[in-house]
Design a protein around this ligand. Structure first.
Ligand code: ZN
Length: 494
């Protein structure tokens, strides 16, 4: 996630100490308060009945202090197979989803919940037997006819239809979930909870899964999702529609799932064993499309720094509307037409860096989102240096002067819950402080090991602290407490 034209905004803010952006989360502050946040309980309950932290409105939710109310810790969904019918200009969608899941409970699982806002479930089944489905407060409670044994693997089938119910991006105000573009098409922008607007889902990044997304649209309409287009083309289905089947085999957090339908060109190429798909509105001119030419060069640079690109698919999608932000949807980062500035897409390096940090290694709770944004901001600084701009250290020193985490600590719910500069620049500063502390060689060993060992999983800040401590041979828990849990941050070490 990066705010529109963020690179330019941040640079201008660095030059003008008192500037601010429309959302108010970028800019300096003289407010100096010292706060310490408690470590979050990030391990989900093994038996499903541990008390939820304060703020979780429903007993079955994943414990998450920043965005409570999402997901169900009693289940582990391993695969979603979705078939969605949607039409440009028509608010209604309908679909079916088959979820492969296993209980995380020690006792037989008598019921569980999925997140769904807007559409209603019209039929539910578990292992081919009809199940009870009740909807309340944006959640569907599924009660199988007989409990699912803890060792079992269950297939849950749901049919649903209705009008998606958007939410709002916390702190920034943009619409989240299924939404229209300026040309009558539809697309999704789903961080943090928008996927539940168009498919029943265990909508929390602690439960990653592979996805097969079949989208049935009128003939002539293009449908796009994450991963690889099966068969390389759509297939005719009933009612004169065509079905586009996209397969993402790498585990994917639900907020990274993307769907778009409308008039698009798919520009496909191959780069070092990676299939690269750029999806452009047919109305987008060549000059604007050229802003995405550097994808391969950026991927190569980050691969040389962080380890091999963690997927077989890459690319980007531009939707024909102003988004006010860009999002790192897996394999296919999402941009609006306002994400193009002259001959570049300023957020492109940031969103591509997320393919390692956020997508391959996902946060186990939303309070850990600095593991996404701090790292992507840092990678963006590295790309700037690689391009002959400021060095990372120069950028860090300038950023430190603005006190990006002065208002609240990096891992406070206030920072994570508004995607403030604290998690972006404050997180990146913590990384540069780490680099100055352990030296370049150990620092990059830590970063590469983080990706290599955690690829495909959801990880916590405590996991990163433990890994960094192990790799550096010193206990860094106090160091990270100062940089992540307290505000203001310390001065950069000498
Ligand atoms: Zn980001």
């Amino acid at each position: 996630m990066r705010r529109r034209l963020a690179a330019a905004v941040v640079v201008s803010c660095l030059a003008v100490a008192s500037c601010s952006t429309s959302g108010g989360s970028t800019g300096s502050s003289s407010k100096r308060t010292t706060t310490t946040v408690e470590r979050e309980q990030t391990t989900t309950s093994a038996d499903g009945d541990a008390p939820s932290p304060a703020g979780d409105p429903l007993p079955g939710d994943v414990p998450d202090r920043t965005f409570p109310g999402l997901g169900d810790p009693r289940i582990d969904v391993t695969h979603y197979g979705v078939t969605l019918r949607a039409t440009p200009g028509d608010d209604e969608i309908s679909g079916s989803v088959e979820l492969d899941l296993r209980p995380r409970t020690k006792e037989p699982l008598t019921s569980f919940t999925l997140d769904l806002r807007g559409p209603k479930v019209t039929m539910a089944g578990v292992d081919g037997v009809r199940a009870k489905a009740t909807t309340s407060n944006g959640q569907v409670t599924i009660t199988p006819s007989s409990p699912i044994e803890p060792s079992a693997h269950a297939v849950v089938t749901l049919q649903y239809e209705g009008v998606p119910d958007q939410s709002e991006f916390p702190g920034w105000g943009m619409p989240v979930g299924w939404q229209s573009d300026d040309e009558g098409g539809w697309f999704t922008m789903s961080e943090p909870d928008g996927t539940a607007t168009w498919v029943p889902v265990n909508d929390h990044p602690s439960d990653k899964a592979s996805w097969t997304i079949r989208i049935q649209v009128p003939k002539g309409v293009t449908a796009i999702a994450n991963g690889r287009l099966k068969g390389g083309a759509p297939k005719p289905v009933e009612d004169g529609r065509e079905q586009w089947t996209w397969v993402e085999e790498e585990p994917m957090a639900s907020y990274l799932v993307l769907v778009a339908i409308g008039d698009y060109d798919l520009v496909t190429s191959e780069h070092g064993g990676i299939e690269v798909v750029r999806a452009f509105p047919t109305s987008l001119d060549e000059e604007d499309r050229a802003a995405f030419d550097p994808i391969e060069e950026i991927v190569d640079f980050f691969s040389s720094q962080f380890g091999a690109y963690p997927n077989d698919d890459a690319g980007a999608i531009v939707v024909p509307t102003g988004l006010g932000l860009a999002l790192e949807s897996q394999t296919r980062p999402l941009f609006g037409t306002d994400g193009i500035a002259g001959d570049s897409a300023p957020a492109l390096p940031h969103e591509l860096a997320h393919q390692w940090f956020g997508d391959a290694v996902s946060p186990a709770s939303w309070t850990d989102v600095w593991l996404n944004e701090g790292f992507a901001t840092y990678a963006d600084w590295m790309w700037d240096e690689h391009q002959g701009g400021r060095t990372v250290d120069e950028q860090a020193v300038r950023t430190a002067g603005l006190g990006p985490a002065d208002d609240a600590a990096v891992r406070s719910t206030e920072s994570a819950g508004t995607f403030s500069t604290s998690v972006y620049e404050g997180g990146a500063l913590a990384l540069q402080a780490l680099r100055r502390t352990v030296g370049d060689e150990v620092f990059f060993r830590i970063i590469r090991r983080w990706v290599a060992e955690r690829d495909g999983t959801s990880a916590t800040t405590a996991d990163f602290v433990a890994l960094a401590s192990d790799e550096s041979g010193r206990d860094l828990s106090g160091f990270f407490t100062e940089w992540l849990e307290q505000s203001p941050q310390p001065a950069l070490p000498g």
